[in-house]
Design a protein around this ligand. Structure first.
Ligand code: SAM
Length: 284
């Protein structure tokens, strides 16, 4: 592991923590522009690094809450942020944090929330899952991700990469690749190129944000048995009888032989809603 670590501005970056820093000021400014962060916004950032993006965001935002797990960065960041009163640094593994509780404690109420981050790639999926569950009321979620992940987040029915997470994002957000960012823009350089993905909140999200967790759980079940038809998946994952599944699909005007990966995002939401109704009515 040590052989993979490099020096950046006198600091030994840690490959295992996904430390690929952005130091180019004009790129950081462009990213800030793309996030749409303005003076009324509260901003959540994951992965402070050397604080370069944090500082720029703080100059435009009302408040910034940022998480960093690496002990060795904290003393330097505490000194660096002394001048920036609207930055709160939390020294913690973001996957162990209660994001909602921290935001309630740190942020002034009544300000729109935006998420903006150059995230550590080794935990991309759990970060996005947590953001959608805990911050699904955010006006936008702008994240640096690997190019391949960006393509997946945009995937639709029958396309490679269409899966619970992209579908879940598309329930609440219009997702776009806002800027390609070559590996050469990072210090040290990662092995892959990246893309800055901007997710803007839909004017009419397809499902209530406060039920996001249950919706995602259902999406994961829908995609659990990829090669099977939806009827077989529902029988397996929800213990419904074949007749119940066929009647559910027919009430939703879905083909008997359809597979989950052929359903559009609104159809996946309708399926979740149909199952809830079926369970409520006790047809089971
Ligand atoms: N924002 C900085 C930038 O753009 O230069 C740093 C980005 S770097 C890709 C990701 C940062 O996330 C690193 O500083 C790393 O230490 C931090 N990190 C890694 N795992 C983390 C975790 N579980 N919780 C919080 N921060 C983490």
């Amino acid at each position: 592991m040590h052989s993979k670590n490099k020096q950046t501005h006198g600091f030994h970056t840690k490959h295992a923590l996904g430390q690929n820093f952005l130091l180019d000021e004009s790129l950081l400014d462009t990213l800030c522009d793309l996030t749409g962060v303005g003076e009324e916004d509260n901003v959540l950032e994951i992965g402070t690094g050397m604080g370069t993006f944090t500082k720029r965001l703080s100059l435009r935002a009302h408040q910034v809450l940022t998480y960093e797990v690496d002990d060795s960065l904290i003393p330097m960041l505490r000194v660096f942020f002394e001048k920036y009163e609207n930055i709160t640094l939390i020294h913690q593994d973001v996957l162990e944090a209660d994001l909602q509780k921290d935001m309630d404690r740190v942020f002034d109420a009544g300000h729109p929330l935006r998420v903006a981050a150059n995230i550590p790639y080794y935990i991309t999926t759990p970060i996005i899952e947590r953001l959608l569950i805990s911050a699904s009321d955010a006006e936008s979620i702008s994240l640096m991700v690997q190019e391949e992940v960006a393509d997946k987040l945009l995937a639709g029915p029958r396309e490679e990469g269409y899966a619970p997470l992209p579908a879940f994002c598309q329930v609440y957000y219009n997702v776009r690749k806002a800027l390609p960012v070559p590996a050469s823009c990072f210090n040290p350089q990662p092995k892959v190129d990246s893309s800055f993905v901007v997710m803007e909140k839909k004017p009419d999200p397809l499902w209530p944000a406060d039920d996001a967790r249950a919706l995602y759980r259902a999406f994961r079940k829908f995609f659990a048995l990829r090669r099977k038809t939806l009827v077989n998946t529902l029988m397996n994952q929800f213990s419904f009888s074949r007749e119940q599944c066929l009647s559910l699909l027919s009430s939703l005007q879905m083909e008997e032989k359809v597979r989950s990966e052929e359903l559009s995002v609104p159809q996946l939401v309708e399926l979740h809603s149909g199952i809830l109704k079926m369970l409520e009515e006790g047809i089971k």
